[in-house]
Design a protein around this ligand. Sequence first.
Ligand SMILES: Cc1cc2nc3c(=O)[nH]c(=O)nc-3n(C[C@H](O)[C@H](O)[C@H](O)COP(=O)(O)OP(=O)(O)OC[C@H]3O[C@@H](n4cnc5c(N)ncnc54)[C@H](O)[C@@H]3O)c2cc1C
Length: 390
Amino acid sequence: MNHTYDVIVVGSGPAGACAAWRLAQAGVQVAVLEKAVLPRYKTCGGGIIGRARQSLPVDVRHVIEQDCHTALLNIVPNGLSFTTQRPTPIVSMTMRDQFDYALLSAAQAGGAVVHQRCAVEDVSYHGDGVTVSTKMGEMKAKFVVAADGALGTTARRVGMADGRVLIPALEYEVTVPHELLDRLSRVARFDFGILPRGYAWAFPKRRHLSIGVLSMVQREGELKRAIMQYLTLLGCRDVTHIERHGFVIPVRPRKGPFIKNRVLVVGDAAGFADPVTGEGISFALRSGQQAAQSLLEGKLEEEPVQRAYSRSLAESILPELRAGVLLARLLYDFPRLRSWAFSRQGQRLCEAVTDVMAGRRSYRDLALTPQTVFKLLASHWSRNVRDRFA
Ligand SMILES: Cc1cc2nc3c(=O)[nH]c(=O)nc-3n(C[C@H](O)[C@H](O)[C@H](O)COP(=O)(O)OP(=O)(O)OC[C@H]3O[C@@H](n4cnc5c(N)ncnc54)[C@H](O)[C@@H]3O)c2cc1C
């Protein structure tokens, strides 16, 4: 086994596979170290939104199980319901073992070396490179890309500050009778109000449903109750099989810097999931690409790579996540304001968020600044006070 590479990528999810693909295309000697046996299961709704499709390095149509051109959003306690439709799929449904393996196989075909069952146990910096310790022995590289997901430890091992917020999410793979599968097919469904500060989803796959709930506050017991209520709401009485999975989603990014001691952090390891929806594949792909591009631009030299990666994140992903955090606060921290806003402008809001998911607009385009949020809250509260004393 070769023990020296230009770049070692830790983790073979979309962030790692995408970084490896781009580097291999440019002729860089790159190895991906993955602790699991491949293809590996990943707890995930498996919804690939338009924004993610824009960052895909290769065609993955063969692993798409169903395209949803329609999205349905319900605000359950208020009985409000909104539908959006687009000519291109709003969400394409996949199984993550297949999707991630398709990306990794493309990287491998381009020249990336893949070591599976190869958990990284330590990372140490020595000026002109990094040494990575694994059960298979030590390996050396000029740079490491830490793509080891929400619970990865590589960033911590090089002393990067954290500051991410990890929220719990449950995802059940539910086998239901054909009639129910047909009734829920072709539509990506989202329900608010099933649990206080979170939402539930129903994603149709080829032969089963992926049902999930997430909560912006860490209360796992509440999630289990909520998902059972949600199954009842969907009419899933005659379930023939359920596989239960749970994991965490980072809905706030690390404090930064996102590169330290020749280690670049990407995807969930960096905290790059969407703060509004918990969707993480878009920015996993994008940050993987940006890390690779920065390594190429900086010609694998420490200072130039550091500058390039910090700049590219500051120009794209980070401002988008900041705008997303403001919208998430409005949606989850002020349920009465949410109901009020949806009862007046629900369709417009859904169209706007659908455009963000489709990659046609960004959260920044919605012009949510702390000032506009404050004005919105102030007008809502003054209306409430007026109504109460009228
Ligand atoms: C319940 C749930 C539902 C979700 N639904 C969606 C959805 O529908 N759409 C969407 O876009 N996002 C969704 N997400 C978020 C999405 O799954 C993540 O944001 C995405 O997987 C992040 O990709 P990544 O490449 O950064 O990390 P991951 O996909 O987590 O990959 C990290 C890889 O690193 C490996 N690894 C970890 N430690 C080590 C180590 N020490 N050595 C070697 N390898 C290591 C892991 O085995 C893993 O293969 C969901 C998340 C959850 C929890």
